[in-house]
Design a protein. Structure first.
Length: 195
């Protein structure tokens, strides 16, 4: 009976040893210890007050002429397709007054949660845009631009980019983020007026 217990204990020890990773020695004598696995939680956004679907919206019609004047966007809007957002319909508007540029992209292929993924590699702060959940997004190494992303509908979001258009004195990123916030609020107001 004693022999059976010794054999069982030995087998258990061998099984445990075979399941425990053994650090390997590198050529220079260092040993890499196994990393602990940790789960990261993605913050959730508050619910949106309603759905503002972007499917049939033209981005250059979101801001009225009066809104563009208030934002000092004195050049005509220019439509294009933004390939980095799944060929989203987009519109760019420039200001000769401030030298800044605003871009609206109507993203209909994925939700705003894409910015909360660890793969996004951006700095994100939650905000609210006219009652809708939003994100202020700063991309490391790109201080001349700030984005505000607005969760307008399930699987869709409004991307508002505000950037320095090559001013003699570069605008600070905090200033650009304030501009993106103002432009996003105007854009959501424009979308609500069309409903």
């Amino acid at each position: 009976m004693r022999g059976a217990r010794v054999l069982t204990a030995t087998l258990c020890a061998l099984v445990l040893a075979s399941c425990t990773p053994v650090p390997e020695k590198k050529a220079d004598g260092r040993v890499d210890e196994p990393l602990d696995v940790t789960a990261t939680t993605v913050p959730s956004l508050p619910p949106r007050p309603r759905e503002l679907r972007l499917d049939r919206v033209e981005p250059c019609e979101v801001l009225s002429e009066e809104q563009r004047v208030q934002l000092s966007l004195d050049n005509p809007p220019s439509p294009y397709v933004e390939s980095s957002f799944g060929n989203a319909k987009a519109c760019t508007m420039r200001s000769n007054i401030s030298g800044n540029v605003v871009r609206l992209a109507l993203v209909t292929v994925e939700g705003v949660g894409v910015w909360l993924s660890e793969n996004a590699q951006v700095h994100v702060e939650q905000t609210t845009i006219s009652g809708f959940p939003g994100l202020t997004v700063r991309t490391p190494g790109m201080e001349n631009v700030c984005n505000v992303e607005v969760d307008v509908a399930e699987g869709q979001f409004l991307d508002v980019m505000f950037r320095d258009g090559g001013n003699e004195t570069a605008a600070k990123q905090d200033t650009l983020c304030q501009g993106a916030q103002r432009a996003a609020e105007a854009a959501v107001a424009g979308l609500l007026q069309r409903r």
